[in-house]
Design a protein around this ligand. Structure first.
Ligand SMILES: O=C(O)C[C@@H](O)[C@H](O)C(=O)COP(=O)(O)O
Ligand code: ZN
Length: 288
């Protein structure tokens, strides 16, 4: 199946009261693991590359070719959108040109008016090619220099203004943060989520920092309008744990256990299993 834009996928998710998982990829193994997990779950999926991961993988063209070719060679039949995660303006335009089917323009660090103006421009260029657009209002906290910032709450008036630029889905802070949640985390703000959902003309919302949010909060967020959930840290954690176990058990020293195809296999399987579990949590299994 050809890559698809995320617009229809997320509209259906919102109507059906489930969310689509957007999993970050870093390399060949992760890309295969995510596609495998979605196919086994008969679920739509979003594969996303951050700017840094795309650079690591050899550039956006490599990422696009990799995902597109794996869909063919693995016989993937579920809908897959290839998305740019937290993209700068120039990167969003580049991905649109290359063939990504969805982009996030993250102008949350810019003055708000500039964020809006650039969002409008990205929307015009993306929609001309059938590409879906996510933008962010406010900023989503996380770990910086070892300090975990608290989750910010986006301003509903700014969310409304951003939704009027024509974007397809909106990322807004509702107390969520990237990376691990601190023990004293107050949880998601469902009041703020409901206030924002009320003023954005029915557009799907995106929950960043999906790793470590308890299932009951995920389900409540979906019931209030979240239709895309980003997961990265948890995939990294299970990959690292499975690889560590393999090495600590000395498996890399048995026979050809050091062959990267063997060494990376337990981590890859762990990512597939996590993707399947999160797809169950988000309720998108069987919705392809
Ligand atoms: O860390 C990245 O490069 C991607 C993340 O920002 C992603 O957009 C995301 O929100 C995932 O959050 P996490 O599950 O808390 O890592
Ligand atoms: Zn994010």
């Amino acid at each position: 199946m050809a890559l698809v834009s995320a617009t229809e996928m997320l509209k259906k998710a919102k109507e059906g009261k489930y969310a689509v998982g957007a999993f970050n990829t870093n390399n060949l193994e992760w890309t295969k693991a995510i596609l495998q997990g979605a196919q086994e779950s008969n679920s739509p999926v979003m594969i996303q590359t951050s700017m840094g991961a795309a650079k690591y993988m050899g550039g956006y063209q490599v990422c696009y070719d990799l995902v597109k070719d794996l869909i063919d060679s693995m016989g993937i039949t579920v809908p897959v959108a290839l998305h740019l995660d937290h993209g700068e303006y120039e990167d969003a335009l580049k991905c649109i040109e290359i063939g990504y089917t969805s982009v996030m323009f993250d102008g949350s660090h810019l003055p708000f008016e500039e964020n809006l103006e650039k969002a409008k421009d990205v929307v015009a260029k993306a929609h001309a090619k059938g590409v879906s657009v996510e933008c962010e209002v406010g900023s989503i906290g996380g770990e910086e220099d070892g300090v975990i910032g608290s989750g910010e709450l986006a301003d509903p008036a700014e969310c409304k203004a951003m939704s009027e630029t024509g974007i397809d889905f909106l990322a807004a802070g509702i107390g969520n943060i990237h990376g691990s949640y601190p023990e004293n985390w107050a949880g998601l703000s469902f009041d703020r989520l409901a206030e924002i959902a009320e003023v954005i003309d029915g557009k799907p919302m995106v929950l960043h920092g999906g790793s470590g949010i308890p299932l009951d909060q995920i389900q409540k967020a979906i019931s209030l309008g979240v239709s895309k959930i980003n997961v990265n840290t948890e995939c990294q954690e299970v990959f690292a744990a499975a690889t560590r176990k393999y090495i600590e058990e000395g498996k890399d020293l048995e026979g050809k256990g050091f062959d990267p195809r063997k060494l990376l296999a337990p981590g890859t399987t762990a990512v597939t299993e996590l993707v399947k579990e999160r797809i169950q949590w988000f309720g998108s299994n069987g919705k392809a």
